[in-house]
Design a binder for this molecule. Structure first.
Ligand SMILES: [Zn+2]
Length: 111
């Protein structure tokens, strides 16, 4: 493990201070893009859509999480009314990757 981070939404009143975003910002400060492409990010539960997108845009090679969103809600309930954004990180990463690969192909054809 080279870095670890935690959620700072409440402690720093940072609305996007999820642990994954904080970790990616720290990693981007310390390491270059090529190194990030070799990294794996481990999270206790499935990242939200914002964090999944950040993982993609940072170029991080692999995501490993413990609890899926569905399992998290089964185990801990769905007490927070803000937990209504149901898009899974798997959906985000697969759709973004598909869209980006189409853009790359389109750009290559235009050259
Ligand atoms: Zn998040």
């Amino acid at each position: 493990m080279i870095l670890k981070a935690h959620n700072t939404v409440l402690t720093k009143e940072d609305l996007i201070g999820h642990a994954e975003v904080n970790l990616i910002q720290e990693a981007a400060y310390h390491y270059d893009v090529e190194f990030l492409k070799t990294c794996t990010i481990y999270t206790s539960d499935e990242p939200c859509a914002m964090c999944a997108s950040a993982i993609y845009w940072a170029g991080i090679k692999r995501l490993v999480f413990g609890l899926s969103k569905q399992r998290f809600y089964q185990e801990f309930g769905k007490h927070n009314p803000d937990w209504t954004f149901e898009l899974s990180s798997i959906d985000v990463l697969s759709k973004v990757a598909e869209r980006m690969s189409q853009k790359i192909v389109a750009a290559r054809r235009a050259q």
